[in-house]
Design a protein around this ligand. Structure first.
Ligand code: KGT
Length: 300
């Protein structure tokens, strides 16, 4: 058990963090295509390779299991979380004794014309532990690219999800959520998240401009680890994603990364939850926060 700051942060926290080891995690980068079996083969290979490197928790990007080239194509494949596609990933987790974060699964939606964009967390026994439906939908006119309208086929979620794991308390989010800091503030200050997950399929243009900056800002302002798995490269004639999967520590330092030019692989880091507590103890922003109700009304 690696635990250098035990005495500084107190007994209760020490045992919580000690229970959290080992904490070797990895972030995947991949180029999903319009073929469920081919994408599963890639995920399965990466999971087995990661297991061989001692990884206990592997994080995949949004739309890991399918990226179609035609509008609404993914809708036809949408399944409930106990359907055959997710069952295959549950077996993979069990066989490899690996926790899996599967960001952006096409979950069967509330009606025949909408799916959910769901981040699914599977434990090392192959059980679905938790799931989060993307709240912020990407209806955006990307300069120099195209107009995205995710809400045409996707229904938004309405529930914030944080869940305990051997790797700390995880906050589940997806892709475009990253631009809405209030979600991450709630995960940290209301739900005590320690590790934020941001599986993504960022566009090339917005990713180059904003990806790393937004992720490091979320890590710094929440004092959490951030694990952000990215789709990378060309999925079909029309669609390309910005790679650069990263893991960031609660001080904002990038501790693992896969550059955009590497399309498929994973990068490993050891999470040390005592670092989260050390950063929070020395810079107690949770005690310094102010709220609307703390201010005097603005004089008119
Ligand atoms: O529709 C799918 O196939 C899966 N969903 C996505 O890829 C989503 C919605 S189109 N993409 C994003 O949220 C990109 C966000 C982004 O690029 C930014 O915030 O700049």
């Amino acid at each position: 058990v690696r635990f250098p700051f035990r005495f500084r942060i107190g007994r209760a926290m020490a045992s919580a963090a000690a229970g959290a080891s080992p904490a070797r995690v990895a972030v995947v980068q991949m180029t999903s295509v319009g073929d469920v079996d081919a994408n599963y083969a890639t995920c399965s290979r990466l999971t087995k390779e990661a297991a061989a490197s001692g990884v206990k928790f592997l994080c995949f990007p949004e739309v890991f299991s399918f990226i179609g080239s035609k509008d609404g194509e993914a809708m036809k494949l949408a399944e409930p979380l106990d359907g055959p596609i997710m069952q295959r990933y549950c077996s993979l987790a069990k066989e490899s004794s690996m926790w899996l974060s599967l960001g952006g699964f096409q979950e069967k939606g509330p009606d025949d014309s909408h799916q959910y964009n769901t981040h699914v967390l599977i434990d090392d026994t192959g059980k679905v532990r938790s799931s989060y439906r993307k709240i912020h939908l990407f209806d955006v006119d990307v300069p120099g690219n195209m107009v995205y309208k995710e809400s045409r086929f996707t229904a938004a979620g309405d529930t914030i999800v944080a869940v305990d794991s051997p790797f700390g308390r995880l906050g589940l989010t997806v892709c475009y959520d990253l631009r809405f800091p209030e979600l991450y503030q709630i995960l940290r200050f209301k739900h005590q998240a320690q590790v934020l997950l941001v599986p993504s399929a960022f566009t090339k243009i917005t990713g180059e401009a904003h990806w790393e900056i937004l992720l490091r800002a979320r890590a710094i302002e929440t004092q959490c680890y951030v694990i952000a798995a990215a789709q990378a490269g060309k999925h079909n004639e029309k669609r390309e994603s910005y790679g650069d999967s990263i893991i960031i520590d609660p001080w904002g330092t990038v501790i693992a990364r896969l550059p955009d030019r590497l399309s498929t692989g994973f990068a490993v880091a050891d999470l040390d939850l005592s670092k989260v507590e050390a950063v929070r103890t020395r810079m107690p922003i949770s005690e310094h926060r102010k709220f609307d109700s703390d201010w005097k009304p603005t004089p008119l």
